[in-house]
Design a protein around this ligand. Structure first.
Ligand code: FAD
Length: 345
């Protein structure tokens, strides 16, 4: 009989679960509250520009497996950002850094292409704009999911939760299942900390000539945590224009999280103009933003506790389970969980 698997979250971890189950006698259904798939590896289009406003690029894994996977998915439109990442410190001093950082991959059509291509080869169905609100365990030991419109899905044999830890903790807290394993899992998930990042996009109708693709602030003392030039990615920004992606430091982001975009854009443009010592940058011709309340994990879940309910078909996956806020690590973690479900591991 075909086993049924529900995956909450169609970010790269959820897509990774589906990828491993594609040749198995398993039917995977993904649910995501967003309009599209790919989660925090996100791309947006506006005013003729295309930009990755969450994850900037995909890094190589340890032993070339990422490169091999990208090859399998097709190299058309795959782009390696050639210019390097430099650093800036608390005083705004810019320095060359991160020598030998390796390839930085995205796609001409945006980083979401990665999840889209994996989804296509997995042939998996995704319920988008479907926010799962509650989960119950049936007397027969299966899982049912109910969304915010009151629609119920299932029953499913296995359930994988992939939202960032605080959102997964909320789902576990609301779960209708009286069991010690649920309490243990909830406690472990609830202990994982995430940091907040507000990304602010600044567009200019002129080119910027710099020897770097991005600046990162390793001492974490500058309000601009990361600043990158989206025009360094082929086909993202028309010639003669610049689009800066400023990922603001966690303290700044929490303090300014709900500030209207006009005011936040002015504040970020002033900080960026000072950092790059270029007064023109105080006046972008348009701005955009994205608040990532749960941007990156600051701690990981205890590995043993993460697996304490797997014997009854309840799994967790994601960057916070993998131990690093990286696209390839989240995807790899989803695949590992998928392999445990299908018995390949
Ligand atoms: C600003 C920023 C910059 C980054 N830069 C990089 C980078 O350059 N390189 C890199 O490798 N990584 C980077 N990362 C990290 C990378 O984006 C993540 O590690 C990775 O995308 C996590 O994937 P995931 O599937 O674990 O989680 P997510 O992508 O968060 O996926 C979880 C999904 O669950 C959905 N969801 C949540 N709750 C519910 C619910 N109740 N019902 C239904 N769906 C739900 C969400 O909509 C989401 O799609 C960055 C992240 C951010 C935010």
């Amino acid at each position: 009989m075909t086993r049924t698997i529900a995956v909450v979250g169609a970010g790269v971890a959820g897509i990774g679960v589906a990828d491993t189950c594609r040749d198995e006698a398993a039917e995977v259904t993904l649910f995501d509250k967003a309009r599209g798939i790919s989660g925090r590896a996100a791309t947006r289009r506006k005013n003729g520009c295309r930009y990755d406003h969450g994850a900037n690029y995909i890094k190589p894994g340890g032993d070339d497996w990422v490169e091999g996977l990208l090859d399998e998915l097709g190299n058309d439109g795959l782009a390696d950002i050639e210019l390097p990442v430099w650093t800036h410190d608390a005083d705004g001093e810019i320095a060359e850094g991160r020598a030998g950082d390796g390839p930085k991959w995205t796609y001409t059509r945006g980083i979401t292409q990665f999840a889209k291509r994996v989804r296509k080869r997995a042939g998996v169905s995704v319920h988008t704009e479907t926010r799962i609100e509650s989960i119950a365990r049936t007397s027969g030991g299966e899982w049912t999911l109910t969304d915010t419109d009151g629609e119920t899905y299932g029953p499913f044999d296995e359930l994988v939760l992939t939202p960032p830890a605080p959102q997964t903790a909320d789902l576990l807290a609301a779960m209708d299942w009286d069991d010690e394993r649920l309490r243990r899992l909830h406690t472990a998930v609830d202990a994982v900390e995430f940091r907040t990042i507000r990304s602010v996009l600044l567009h200019y109708p002129f080119e910027l000539d710099r020897p770097w693709y991005a600046l990162v602030n390793p001492d974490r003392e500058h309000p601009v945590g990361w600043l990158s030039r989206e025009e360094c990615k082929p086909d993202h920004v028309p010639d003669g224009e610049s689009l800066l992606v400023a990922q603001m430091a966690p303290d700044w982001s929490v303090e300014h999280y709900d500030e209207p975009l006009d005011a936040a854009g002015d504040a970020v443009a002033s900080l960026v103009a000072a950092l790059l010592d270029d007064d023109r940058l105080t006046e972008p011709d348009w701005v955009d933003d994205q608040g990532w309340r749960y941007a990156l994990p600051d701690s990981n879940i205890d590995a043993e506790e993460a697996r304490c309910a797997e014997d009854v078909g309840l799994y967790v996956a994601g960057d916070w389970v993998a131990g690093e806020g990286r696209v390839h690590r989240a995807f790899e973690n989803g695949r590992t969980v998928g392999e445990r479900i299908t018995g390949e591991e």
